[in-house]
Design a binder for this molecule. Structure first.
Ligand SMILES: N[C@@H](CCC(=O)N[C@@H](CS)C(=O)NCC(=O)O)C(=O)O
Length: 216
């Protein structure tokens, strides 16, 4: 069985979620680098949407799975490779809460902090970028109460145990941390710092970022 993850040259793109999960589980995998912002035509022959992460998995029966969407990939990896339920609880109520946070992250927190990060880093200096960053910050501000309540007295999002929902969220929060967007939310900032210092996560998010993506 082989697992191949298409990733970008940046440490923090959404493929980081998948790499963090495989590192936490100790499941071996390979990566293929996609140079985002450059020529991605070769990758688009594999995955026409040209987005990372993309997983290609060949199993022992010779069957191939090729899928995109970071959330779906995390759930697939849990089902297939997390036999002990380390990152996706067996208990159905806890599992439902993991689903809630996974979907909240990919559908709500991602666009908010993604907007802040992209406008402060990739579109920096472009017309309207500052205004767009502020608008995204305002959207993020409205989401923080829900998250802060979940973290009140808790180390992790669900059941006081690391889950794949934390791994999805830490990557999104990392975008915010890199541009100072978490400073007004100490509980969220502390949660991000705690998770980011775990060896498996530090290995992924702690890679040096290309200079062009370091916020001034
Ligand atoms: N909903 C997708 C979003 C994937 C996505 O937008 N990935 C970005 C990097 S974080 C990308 O590959 N962007 C390149 C592009 O849009 O061309 C997921 O969660 O996997």
């Amino acid at each position: 069985m082989t697992i191949l993850i298409y990733r970008s040259q940046f440490p923090f793109t959404r493929d980081a979620r998948v790499r963090c999960m495989l590192e936490e589980l100790g499941v071996p995998y390979e990566t293929a680098m996609v140079h985002l912002l450059g020529d991605t035509s070769a990758f688009q022959k594999v995955h026409p949407r040209g987005k990372v992460p993309f997983l290609v998995e060949d199993d022992r029966q010779g069957e191939r799975l090729a899928i995109s969407e970071s959330g779906a990939i995390l759930l697939h990896l849990a089902e297939k490779h997390d036999v002990e339920g380390k990152l996706l609880p067996r208990n159905s109520l806890e599992r439902a809460r993991v689903y809630q946070w996974l979907f909240h992250t990919v559908t709500e927190i991602d666009p908010a902090l993604g907007g802040v990060f992209a406008n402060k880093v990739f579109f920096k200096g472009k017309e309207g970028a500052e205004e767009a960053a502020r608008a995204s910050e305002a959207i993020f501000a409205k989401l923080t109460g829900f998250l802060e309540a979940a973290l009140d007295g808790h180390e992790f999002l669900v059941g006081d145990k690391l889950s794949l929902a934390d791994l999805a969220l830490v990557v999104t929060l990392d975008w915010g941390a890199r541009v100072g967007a978490l400073t007004s939310y100490p509980r969220i900032a502390a949660y991000h710092a705690r998770l980011a210092s775990r060896p498996a996560i530090a290995k992924v998010l702690g890679e040096a970022a290309p200079k062009s993506t370091v916020a001034a």
